[in-house]
Ligand binder design. Structure first.
Ligand code: GTP
Ligand code: MG
Length: 426
């Protein structure tokens, strides 16, 4: 990637390095929100159908109350879950998330402070493991997540806790930035992050913070041969990082070399409270902020982040939203299937009881069938049940009870009759 193009300017020639990124973020956020509106409509339609199904299965009684059954509960759960899921997505969709990972001292907080135009308070004063929490910073419609150095995990907070926080940072990230510096390029420390990145299919960029103060500093390094030498060394570092990343399964990751300290010197808000405040003043005075910005190469990193968001992240956001909803629906389809199997078993049991009763009591005759309770459609409940099971009950009109009573009566009356009956003498 060319490092010599100047930064963006607007029509009046005013320097506006963040414009491209802001536009890309705004567009991608808008695409996500439009998709959310479509999904909202889908969920509203699903809700309408669920409720119609529930009304049919379990109509409201005389006083507007509904009998609680398995289906009602499942359906209410479906609607609440889908609505909550979309509300959660809406909260995350209003911003774009960029998570920074790297070993302690790699310059993560420096880079993040440069991007955010902070005044240097997050940058280490030289101590390692300076950042101890995942810190979110709102910026240009994005949320930047500064994370503790990965090699220091576990020193200030439990490793498991920090790993979980880092995993969540990858989960919500639209873009993951892996930060290296010219002194440490071991990608193996990123293995965990790399696994999450692959699992969640997140776009990744690598940043190489070149610490050599002479790199990309034409005002101080006049000799082209010397400049080429410095560039060659930076290139070797970048190649090394590429093969390290490949070794942990991250192939084709774009790598941008930057000078974080120079970027911060250009972009920081004043009064500056970070390290080397007097150096910052001197550099601004001697070289000017625009020079420092251009030769820090930060605008190229910003362009790459913008491209990532403009080209890929909007699609990723869309599929993440859709997949999220689909996963919710699949889960509830399984619940409904489970409830259906359960209800079917209960139905079979009820049918058996009804069949037994009919066998005992006898199948109701047409003459008194009108006394049976009716459904809303006007059928009596027995007819409704027979419709549902697909065949009428085979019980005869005179049930076993009748036969039994007749039998009892017969034998009883016979016995009584035989006791009291005195045959006439002839
Ligand atoms: N000389 C020089 N110093 C730098 C450069 N980039 C960062 N530093 C310094 O290196 C130290 C560490 O930088 P940070 O940005 O705090 O590093 P970090 O990756 O956030 O480190 P942790 O928070 O400990 O994980 C700070 O004192 C920075 O001023 C650079 O390009 N050149
Ligand atoms: Mg830090």
């Amino acid at each position: 990637m060319s490092a010599d193009e100047g930064p963006e300017r607007d029509g009046d020639g005013e320097y506006q390095p963040e414009r491209l990124l802001t536009d890309a973020v705004a567009e991608a956020v808008e695409t996500g929100l439009a998709e959310l509106a479509r999904l909202d409509a889908l969920v509203a339609e699903a809700q309408r159908r669920f409720e119609a199904a529930r009304d049919e299965l379990s109509p409201r009684g005389l006083f507007g109350t509904r009998r609680e059954d398995g289906f009602s509960k499942v359906l209410e759960g479906v609607v609440a879950d889908l609505t909550d899921g979309l509300a959660e997505s809406r909260r995350a969709a209003s911003t774009f998330n960029i998570a920074f990972f790297g070993r302690t001292g790699a310059g993560k907080s420096t880079l993040l402070s440069a991007l955010g135009g902070l005044s240097g308070e997050l940058v280490s004063d030289g101590r390692s493991d300076f950042t101890t929490d995942v810190q979110p910073l709102d910026w240009q419609g994005c949320r930047l997540y500064d994370t503790p150095g990965i090699n220091g995990w576990g020193r200030t907070r439990s490793r498991a806790e920090l790993e979980e926080t880092a995993r969540r940072a990858v989960e919500v990230a639209d873009v993951v930035l892996l930060c290296f510096d010219s002194q440490s390029q071991q990608a193996s420390e990123f293995r965990k992050v790399a696994n999450w990145v692959r699992d969640y299919r997140k776009p990744v960029l690598a940043v190489l913070n070149v610490r050599n103060a002479m790199w990309r500093h034409p005002a101080r390094v006049a000799s082209p041969a010397q400049r080429r030498g410095l560039s060659r060394t930076a290139r070797q570092h970048a190649d090394n990082i590429a093969s390290e990343l490949e070794a942990i399964g991250l192939t084709g990751v774009p790598i941008v070399a930057i000078q974080s300290k120079r970027a911060l010197f250009s972009r920081a808000a004043t009064p500056f409270v970070g390290p080397a405040a007097s150096e910052l003043q001197a550099d601004r005075y001697v070289y000017g902020r625009e020079y420092l910005d251009r030769w820090s190469n930060l605008p190229i990193l910003e362009q790459l982040i913008s491209l990532c968001i403009a080209e890929g992240a909007a699609d990723l956001r869309l599929s993440a939203l859709r997949e999220g909803l689909q996963a919710g629906l699949r889960q509830w389809a399984d619940e409904i299937d489970r409830a259906a199997v359960e209800q079917h078993a209960r139905g079979v049991a009820v049918e058996r009881v009804v069949a037994d009763w009919l066998t005992v009591l006898g199948y109701p005759e047409e003459s008194w069938r009108g006394a049976l309770p009716k459904t809303r459609a006007g059928d009596d409940l027995l007819a409704e049940l027979e419709k549902a099971r697909g065949e009428p009950f085979g019980a005869s009109v005179s049930g076993r009870l009748e036969g039994h009573v007749r039998h009892l009566l017969k034998s009883h009356v016979y016995r009584c009759a035989s006791r009291h009956f005195v045959p006439p003498k002839n």
